[in-house]
Every structure is written in C-alpha cells, then in structure tokens.
Design a binder for this molecule. Structure first.
Ligand SMILES: N[C@@H](CCC(=O)N[C@@H](CS)C(=O)NCC(=O)O)C(=O)O
Length: 213
C-alpha cells in the first residue's frame, strides 16, 4: 500500500492539525501542496478530490478523506496509539468540546473565503477585517480558557496531548500571525508553549513545510 498523501497548504490551520495528528501517530505521508493564494483549491482537478474546495484532504488506505476532525478521528481509530481522545466518555466529551470550540466556532469565521467575502462583496476595509478577525478569536479563546482551566495541566487536558491541543496550536499560530493579543488566556498560552516543544507538533509548524513557489 502506498504512503498516504496529504493535500496541504503550509499556512492552513486545518491542514496543520492533520500534520500534527499524522506526526503524533508516527504515520509517514507525502505532502501535495495546494496553493490557496493562487486559488488552486478551486480547480476542477482539486474539486474532484474535495467538492468543498478546502484543504486538508487525505488519501489513505484507498480512501479520500476530508474535514480535519473527521480525518483525525479516522487516524485515531486506525492507529490507536497514542490516543487523541481519552477513553473515559466524559473526558472524551470534554476534549472534543474544546476541539470543536476551535474548529467549528472560531476557525470558520476567519477562513480565507470568509475574509475574501468581507473584502469583496461586503467592501469592508482592512481595519474592519482585522477587527473581525480579532473579535472571533478573542471571544472564542475567552470561552475556551474558561472551559479548559479547571482540568488543564501543562496541556489543555492534563499533561498528555489530545485533539484539543492539536486544534489549539494552529489557532494560536493564526492569532499571533495577525497580532491578536493572547496574554489574557494563560491556560491556552501555557498549553500552546508545552505542545509546541513536542516534536510531532514542532515538525508540523508552517515554517517547517514546503512553501509554494
Ligand atoms: N472544516 C474544515 C475547514 C477547512 C478549511 O477551512 N480549510 C481552509 C484552510 S485552513 C481552506 O482550504 N480555505 C480555502 C478557501 O477558503 O478558499 C476542516 O476542518 O477541514
């Protein structure tokens, strides 16, 4: 069976999640960059792979998988060690809630196609778009901080990496890239710093990926 292929973009935070998960599971893969700034995700060829025209997309075990959280659950079932979701049902629900708070309630509002729509049809200027971007991160991180703090350790849930940390690190990268202040979220900052020192997270960082020409 050939190696999995990740359709990837170095600065895509959803793809960054999947890179971290693949690295944590020790799964080697080939990266196929899709240049979002050149709208390669809109091509007929790519839409045939992913009708949503989004990265990531993972070809693995003869399957074509989309949606980063769904891909990570597949990886967790296919490669159970180390688990991304704690086995206790209530602990698992808590970890999934934190991951979903990022992946469903923060990230989609600041996606490239949303920002393009604000700039294009809605004619929002750069300052307004920056406010929009910061607003959803600040509101989402405030809630996540309150969710995480009671059960956090060095990471978002105890001291072992989970799906929640896998989603946090790319979102924190986005926040810092757009100069959104994060100092008021000490649990999130601590978890991000701890996770970023773990090699499977570090190796997935955008600075360590192939950049489009
Ligand atoms: N819910 C999807 C989101 C995927 C997504 O939004 N990908 C972004 C990059 S982070 C993308 O491909 N954007 C292209 C566009 O907006 O046209 C997932 O988790 O996989």
């Amino acid at each position: 069976m050939s190696q999995p292929i990740l359709h990837d973009y170095y600065r895509s935070s959803a793809a960054y999640r999947v890179r971290i998960a693949l690295n944590l599971k020790g799964v080697e893969y080939d990266s196929h960059p899709v240049n979002l700034l050149e709208s390669e995700q809109q091509s007929d060829e790519y839409r045939a792979l992913n009708p949503q025209a989004l990265v990531p997309m993972l070809e693995i075990d003869g399957h074509k998988l989309t949606q980063s959280l769904s891909i990570m659950v597949y990886l967790d079932q296919r490669y159970p060690e180390p688990p991304l979701i704690p086995p206790d049902p209530a602990d698992g629900a808590h970890v999934r809630a934190m991951a979903l708070a990022i992946a469903c309630d923060i990230h989609p509002l600041n996606n490239l196609r949303v920002l393009k729509y604000l700039a294009g049809p809605l004619r929002l200027g750069e300052d307004e778009r920056k406010d929009w971007y910061a607003h959803w991160i600040e509101q989402g991180f405030a809630a996540l901080e309150a969710m995480a703090a009671p059960r956090a350790g060095a990471l978002l849930f105890g001291d072992t990496p989970t799906l929640a940390d896998v989603c946090l690190v790319p979102q924190m990268y986005n926040a810092r890239r757009f100069n959104v202040p994060v100092d008021t979220f000490p649990t999130l900052v601590r978890a991000n710093e701890t996770a970023s020192r773990i090699e499977p997270f570090a190796a997935a960082h955008p600075d360590r990926q192939e950049k489009p020409q």
